[in-house]
Design a protein around this ligand. Structure first.
Ligand SMILES: Cc1ncc(C[n+]2csc(CCOP(=O)(O)OP(=O)(O)O)c2C)c(N)n1
Ligand SMILES: [Mg+2]
Length: 325
């Protein structure tokens, strides 16, 4: 697969940015500089970046509470993401959302949802709107293996197929839903068997290999748009992070974690660099730049002003025109 140099550099930069960002999040969770739950996506970098590399910048997506990587790969502003996590007024949602609710309509980020499987119906709405208005933006919803048991996923999947809307259902099968391993919660052999009930096309791929994710997603977008159909993509990877920061992860056997490290998406991307004619020096430069941007973002966020208590209700409710009151 040919990838132009500018895109390649973008791919590596995003992979490194997400990893460094999440490592830093782990630290602030430990030293309790930020209140509330924090969920990191270490191990999911290749899925976030591979999918976003295949999408156009203004395509629609939804994410989950494990959203930092999606937001970074969707080119949301790193300072604003970090400031949001710190709850500050210069955050991407002006400090109202926090870590779990990073959204940015201008960049097609329709929402990050703490409620499992809340995203697919929202993205279905975006996809239907594109179809009705003869728009060309693609719509893609990210969710986890655990989300396929939720009714909202099934409602969205059934309607997407019935309405023939171009849309991607992107399942990150990271091996766990909270403390329950995927093979403990599945009734079928393969997770993507679930799509048979809806006669929906599906493809599986290695979620640790950014180039495979990119290629599968790119082809799926072409097929989905050409045939006006939704497509389900399952990318398998491993959840190196706990369910949340502070999770003791005692239910993840040490051997399993050690084995999964062999397929760490950053390691695999580094190993593949020479295939794409990027040398070790270039990779190091990209990684250093990513780290510097992450450090700057955290330094920025930590000095930002808090929202004013008297403004607490602003930006939260819709201001309906008076005739609706
Ligand atoms: C509707 C709903 N049910 C239960 C929960 C509690 N909950 C939070 S995360 C989670 C597991 C989801 O696992 P998965 O979809 O695989 O995503 P992952 O955390 O692995 O990214 C559950 C059950 C919730 N947030 N929303
Ligand atoms: Mg999961």
């Amino acid at each position: 697969m040919q990838i132009e140099k500018e895109k390649l550099i973008w791919i590596y930069k995003k992979l490194f940015t997400i990893r460094h960002f999440e490592e830093r999040i782990k630290k602030i969770a430990k030293d309790k500089s930020v209140p509330g739950y924090l969920h990191t996506c270490i191990g999911s970098e290749a899925i976030c970046v591979g999918v976003m590399a295949a999408l156009e910048k203004d395509d629609w997506i939804s994410s989950t509470y494990r959203n930092h990587g999606h937001a970074i790969a969707k080119d949301c502003n790193l300072n604003e993401i970090t400031s949001e996590i710190y709850g500050r007024s210069t955050g991407i949602c002006k400090g109202r959302g926090g870590s779990m609710h990073i959204s940015d309509f201008d960049r097609g980020m329709l929402g990050s949802f703490g409620i499992v499987a809340a995203g697919p119906p929202v993205v279905l709405g975006a996809a239907l709107q594109e179809k009705i208005n003869k728009g060309s933006k693609m719509s893609a919803s990210f969710f986890g293996d655990g989300a396929i048991h939720n009714g909202a996923f099934h409602e969205a999947a059934g309607l997407a197929q019935l309405w023939k809307v171009p849309m991607l259902f992107i399942c990150e099968n990271n091996g766990y839903a909270e403390a329950t391993a995927t093979d403990w919660h599945l009734n079928t052999k393969e997770l993507s068997d679930i799509t048979r009930a809806y006669n929906m096309k599906s493809y599986q791929g290695d979620g640790n290999n950014v180039f495979e994710v990119y290629e599968i997603t790119k082809n799926a977008i072409l097929e989905s748009k050409k045939n006006e159909i939704p497509i389900f993509l399952e990318f398998k990877n491993y959840r190196f992070s706990g369910q949340y920061e502070g999770d003791t992860q005692l239910y993840q056997p040490k051997e399993e974690v050690e084995n999964a490290k062999k397929n760490d998406p950053i390691k695999i991307a580094k190993e593949n660099a020479s295939k794409y004619e990027l040398d070790i020096m270039e990779i190091e430069t990209i990684q250093n730049e990513a780290l510097a941007e992450v450090n700057n973002a955290f330094a920025y966020a930590d000095t930002q002003p808090w929202p004013k208590p008297e403004d607490a209700l602003e930006e939260v409710y819709v201001n309906y025109p008076s005739e609706y009151n």
